[in-house]
Design a protein around this ligand. Sequence first.
Ligand SMILES: [Zn+2]
Length: 321
Amino acid sequence: MEKKVLLDPGSHSIDDVLVHFEAYKRTRRQEQREFEQQLKNLSLNANCEELNADMEVLRAGLHKLHKQQERLQQLWELNAIDPAPLEAEVCEPQKEDPDEKPDQLEVANGESQCVYHNCQRRIDNQLLLLHYLCDHNQADSYCLSVLEGERAVLSFQPQSCVSRVNKVLGLLAYGGQLEQQLGVTQGRRKFYNAFLPDQHTHLETHIPVVVLICQTAALSVLESKKFELPDSQRDTIFVIWLVTPSDCHRLNATLSLCGRDAAARTGTVIGVRQVNDCQDTACFVTVDANYWRLTYTEMERLSNQFRDELHLEIGLTEPKN
Ligand SMILES: [Zn+2]
């Protein structure tokens, strides 16, 4: 805009001076308006920044609230009181089938004997995983989380087996199907383990499964009720089995064993035994099919004459009814 300069009244007519004075006033007013508009814009920008900051706080609050709602929903489902049966059902109670198995895997109430050699403490089933993790946290025992369809691999030295001593090869935490863990499928997720340490709380809904091995007398010796080990190691067998505090025999284990040569492997499918059943191989091997029997010769071949480490691959499944 052209700058209006006031005229000198001594050298210009009064009319010219007035015209220029009016033009000068208009220019000054225009400049004043522009200045005020700029001030207003600055103030608006500051307000926008404040608003953005407030929105961030609000978003963080909403996210926190959403998480709390999810947790509350889980707690509500856990604590939900089962509806009372209808009157007709009260008058005429339904007969329960004694052989009927529960629909879902569940850890039995009560306590079981710890499977670790030289421990044998009786532990509440819901605290077994905690006990295994905290009281037997040895270098040779660790906990692997495994879902249906996944494989866990435990490696061990077969020559480290001591005759007639149950050795724990590893600890598994079975999480069922992936959909169950994600909460996609209907139904309540059951909690099996209590008071787990912080780093293991994700295993609250998992079922503990312990993998054991024992070098023991061959079946013929056990059946003859002479439990003394044979003079020759060649007459012994290696027994591998799995135990769980889960309520009933509803878990199957697909096992595969190999040494350095992965192509030379052998495998089988067995049921997972209950932890409160006797774990003495001399007692259960002759009456129970849920163990894997490997001859000394077979172990010798797989482990390259007991020089190599062996790898036990384990998959867990729930049998379809
Ligand atoms: Zn123990």
